[in-house]
Design a protein around this ligand. Sequence first.
Ligand code: NAD
Ligand code: MN
Length: 356
Amino acid sequence: MSTYRIAAIPGDGIGTEVVAAGIEVLHALAKREGGLQFKVDHFDWGGEYYKKHGRMMPENGRSLIRNHDAILFGSAGHPDIPDHITLWGLRLAICQPFDQYANVRPTRVLPGITSPLRSVKHEELDWVIVRENSEGEYAGVGGRVHQGSPLEAATDVAMFTRVARIMRFAFQLAQSRPRKRLTVVTKSNAQRHAMVMWDEIASEIASEFKDVTWDKMLVDAMTMRMVMRPETIDTVVATNLHADILSDLAAALAGSLGIAPTANLNPERAFPSMFEPIHGSAFDIMGKGIANPVGTFWSAVMMLEHLGEKAAGDRLMKAIERVTADKRFHTPDLGGKAKTADVTAAVIDAIVGANT
Ligand code: NAD
Ligand code: MN
């Protein structure tokens, strides 16, 4: 019996709804597989916790999840609390100290789902975006002075190190995919220091991966290419900010933000990695039971792959695709009427019924 200890941190808003659905699905999957078991510990950290305790997670929070095999995360974001407090107090307070520097975001148009790019064929939009997840524009370097005076000034400094680990990770991932193609997103025309170094690192690492075809693209032009020539893209690597923006666009082009998954990886496995849908708390639909749980289910697939449970991951992905193919199980973000619970029950049925 393989037993995995999972730390569940649903957070706020629809995070609580989709993580509950994800855990239900994981338990059903374990039962169907046999020889597999998840011990889930729940942590009620987030906005409500902040209202009671003045912080998003306890001071020793990280030590409570340090020895789990993986973290399943929902969303940090509460209507009554400023976003920079919720994000830095919880999600970034885990990602950064746990050195989850590789943020991996696959995008595909799943069966039954229509891309807003009407003419795109399913096989023409199959991307993975690798987001640098520990530095860059979100390093947290900066400050604010002279508050309240007309001279008030503020800086957010984008900080880049010469450490080439994210570039090497992206080349390796590109090499593992059939097309062996990588696009390095940059802005080295306008940002003439760090982005120029970023480009240099890319060229240096490229020489270690002769079988990977790579190109460089300015981030603004990349948005156009994603819409106009999606079939020319395979693996993408970009900075923290650039990839944050590009991956929401990617999710929308694949049909909905509610579908898109993420892995926050510490590839060296010195710390647990964290898996989450890319969406946030979705204040407009929270509490209505209509959040699309597919992004969380797909994130659970990435978690299973990370844990070395590829067969279980494949089974779950097939179940997800069987359910997305059936429009009766489309939530309102996909133009349907299904509830979170309907999609969850359908995925569990597909898991139990699947013979493969
Ligand atoms: P959002 O992702 O919460 O919502 C954007 C839009 O997409 C909304 O219209 C929402 O209804 C829709 N949507 C998102 N997920 C969906 C799902 N699963 N099913 C159906 N529809 C879905 O982004 P936002 O509105 O910019 O942010 C809301 C809050 O969430 C903010 O506090 C923000 O800081 C936080 N946030 C947190 C994370 C995170 O913790 N990883 C990520 C993004 C935003
Ligand atoms: Mn984002």
